[in-house]
Ligand binder design. Sequence first.
Ligand code: SF4
Length: 453
Amino acid sequence: MPDVPSVFTLIKVGFGPSSSHTMGPYFAARDFRGIVASGRIRGGRLRAVLLGSLALTGRGHLTDAAVAAGLSGCDLGADPVPPLPDVLAQVRAAGAVRVGGRTFRFNPDEDIVFDPSAGDLPHPNTLRFEVLGEDGRVLVSEEYRSLGGGAVAGGTFGEEGARKGRFTMTEVLRACRERGTDLVGFVRENERQLGLTDVDIDGRLAGLWQAMRDSIARGLRTPGVLPGALGLARRAPGLHAALQESDRALAFSREMDLASTYAIAAAEENAAGGRVVTAPTCGAAGVVPAVLRVLQETLEIPDEKVHDALLVAGLIGLAVAANASIAGAEVGCQGEVGTASAMAAAAACYLLGGDVEAQVDRAAETALEHYLGLTCDPVYGLVQIPCIERNGAAAVGALHAASLAVLCRGEDRISFDTAVAALAEVGRDMSPKYKETGLGGIAGRFREDRRGP
Ligand code: SF4
């Protein structure tokens, strides 16, 4: 029996700009706040130490603001999400936070330490929280790891966040054949085994699909400039308007353009710190919603069928998490946008009528294999360049992969499991420069060009 975690551990409502560098550190800070609240320390100073990738790209990813929000008790799960720069400014102005009825000094500018020098970390996204006494002694300390997609290990989370299950898609497909079920039936049964009722499952899927659609809708109607040093203008509203005006007969491929525009809309919402759905991460949050929306509009697919497609997408993402990684800091963007494209391709193939044994697996494999080696190189650590356009390209790639899988009936030479194993190997061999450090690739070249001759 394949050991498959719940798809709802992977696909969940969150907030941008990064699940590993914003959501994860926020959850860790909130957890540490709870530990301090339940302890007996009467006061002192709070300190957060960001290590590895969090130290190198944390400012662009608003990790400091997320940590300040978590330590101060701000609820980032609210809808709409409170703007993180405003939260940081409030905590800075207060110079202290109240925890469990006690006051702790906390100045984000001094007490959030970005330390890229520490080597030999348990994970590239490691962070530590401390309470210091008046004499500077560490009174309480907890270490956390932000594992990707918002999952966290350490503190009261223990190692549960690191649990990824043990399964391959080959095993899942075999189990489907033996039980005479399809992938949707398999995942639904697995969720029931994990304790959810059918009402729970359907309710969660409806909520996720609504949140995905909302992220696209907000992106399509919100003009302006994204936060951060790039001063990047949001493009989705203009792109969408141009597509509405263009003569359908002249469009090269209207569905492809729409998929790209929808993905960019949700990715811009993410970059602005808005409410998005991790699929599998925030940085890649535009791909799956865009593909599902364009197929629903084009083929008039009912919501219930789209919900089932989300289960297929989630299973594919879980397979990557179990056998490789979905964290850019561990394996580069192949694990984030590459995985998102594979998830979307599998979901699209399912909606297009692909059969379980060959086509869904083939669609996911076809999408993923073309992202192997993809670097994570966000300029200034912002989840904007190259991330936003990359979401658009991955949505188009997913539709292409699904079409190929449906049209080319027959056995594929490469299984999805093989592509995932290749992803893990490439990720291990990839230089740290290309793993969410801002040191290489587009980020590194951009910085060099800015420096000038
Ligand atoms: S390059 Fe890819 S993995 Fe890196 S921050 Fe952007 S979307 Fe995430």
